[in-house]
Write a protein that binds this ligand. Structure first.
Ligand SMILES: [Zn+2]
Length: 408
């Protein structure tokens, strides 16, 4: 028993030693002088600070880490963390100042320099100093070409500026250094960036260039739905509906759950090629192969409504409603159809019966702290564990917003 306790105590001391000691070792050796590490060992501030950090109590973490930093001024990482905490708390200029001072230290290794610059870049980004953030992240990649975090930030900055060529080049660098398991994710992102380049070409009326980008996107990842939609749009604009249809129909194979995004386009293209019956057959095929498909029923109903069959349309909307009682689009379609049918009491009663068990039980609420959504009012949030943070979630909160703004 006692032996076990001693063993346990040894392990704890060892772990603490690793946690506290390891970080300082480098600086102690590099500066060529022996730091008084007993002070740190005797001081609970560092561990307490990290504890507060883990439990997300930023102010207390800052307080303890500031004390720890006072005991061991050369410890780089305490100052780095402190700066990052100031940034998180919104005190960007304080964070910038702190990190810039660290950069002035003599004898920083290139890796340490890169790390300080990365933090500084994040400060600049947070403060909205885009050019300076840019410089800092670029400098990091010069010191440490494989720094994924800096590359990722550079890519995001380019994306925010809609500089798609540059963003793509950086994502390609990330893809080149990524382990094999992460390739598909990089391919998918590269495909979305190609799609953006295609859209840019479309805006400049460079149809052939646009087609090349969209095709490249689909080559990188066949599930890039917007690239399929856009590629079809270019073919349509060039007066080639058959080509467009072939591309859009592919979506049903590559991303069936997103195929509804092509419905409106397909309806129009089919009409041009063979007349309206083809779209109806297309929807029926989808419904037969997937009886849960409420979107195909909704589309087929809207198609029937447009072609003078409101009763058949309403039947399809009701079937759609059974499969997704919460879709506002289905309810709106039903309201329109009921209006056309002069609110026939039999049909209205059927609608009320169908919705009784589903929609009116739904009472959507949202946690104002972490945006967790619930179908009922909860007193404690299962995600952020805060008490009494749920508000009723409205589909159209614009009136409330006006009411709030009125007194100001
Ligand atoms: Zn929450």
């Amino acid at each position: 028993m006692t032996e076990n306790l001693i063993l346990l105590a040894l392990i704890v001391v060892l772990l603490l030693g690793i946690a506290v000691g390891k970080a300082w070792e480098r600086y102690k050796l590099r500066d060529g002088r022996w730091l008084d590490r007993r002070k740190i060992r005797e001081s609970p501030h560092y561990i307490l600070g990290l504890d507060f950090l883990v439990s997300n109590q930023i102010d207390l973490a800052i307080e303890e880490l500031t004390k720890a930093a006072g005991l061991d001024a050369p410890a780089l990482e305490i100052h780095l963390i402190l700066g990052n905490l100031y940034r998180e708390r919104g005190q960007v200029s304080k964070a910038i100042q702190l990190h810039q001072n660290l950069l002035k230290r003599p004898k920083l290794t290139p890796m340490e320099q890169a790390y300080v610059l990365l933090c500084l870049g994040l400060d600049f980004k947070r403060g909205g100093f885009i050019d300076r953030a840019f410089q800092a992240f670029s400098e990091v990649t010069r010191l440490d070409p494989g720094n994924q975090y800096a590359l990722l930030n550079l890519e995001k900055l380019h994306e925010e500026q809609q500089e798609w060529q540059e963003a793509r080049a950086i994502r390609q660098r990330l893809a080149d250094i990524a382990p094999a398991g992460e390739k598909p994710r990089d391919q998918a992102i590269l495909a979305f960036l190609e799609n953006e380049l295609g859209l840019q070409a479309m805006r400049e009326n460079a149809s052939e260039v646009a087609i090349k980008h969209f095709e490249k996107a689909l080559e990188l990842d066949s599930q890039t739905v917007p690239a399929s939609l856009n590629l079809g749009d270019v073919h349509m604009s060039q007066g080639e509906p058959a080509k467009a249809v072939a591309i859009w129909e592919q979506i049903i194979k590559t991303s069936p759950e997103r195929s509804y995004l092509a419905f409106e386009r397909l309806e129009k293209a089919y009409d041009e090629i063979d007349g309206p019956a083809r779209f109806a057959r297309f929807c029926e095929r989808l419904i037969n192969s997937n009886p849960q498909d409420w979107r195909a029923r909704l589309a087929l109903g809207q198609h029937a409504s447009r072609h003078g069959e409101p009763s058949r349309a309403l039947d399809l909307f009701f079937e759609s409603l059974v499969h997704n009682p919460h879709a506002l689009a289905v309810h709106q379609a039903i309201w329109r159809a009921l209006t056309i049918l002069d609110f026939n009491p039999v049909l209205v009663r059927r609608y009320v019966e169908l919705t009784h068990d589903s929609v009116f039980y739904l009472d959507p609420h949202v946690c104002i702290r972490c945006r967790y959504r619930s179908t009922e009012l909860l007193w404690q949030c299962p995600q952020c564990h805060e008490w009494n943070t749920f508000l009723e979630e409205r589909i159209a909160p614009s009136e409330d917003k006006n009411a709030e703004e009125a007194p100001a």
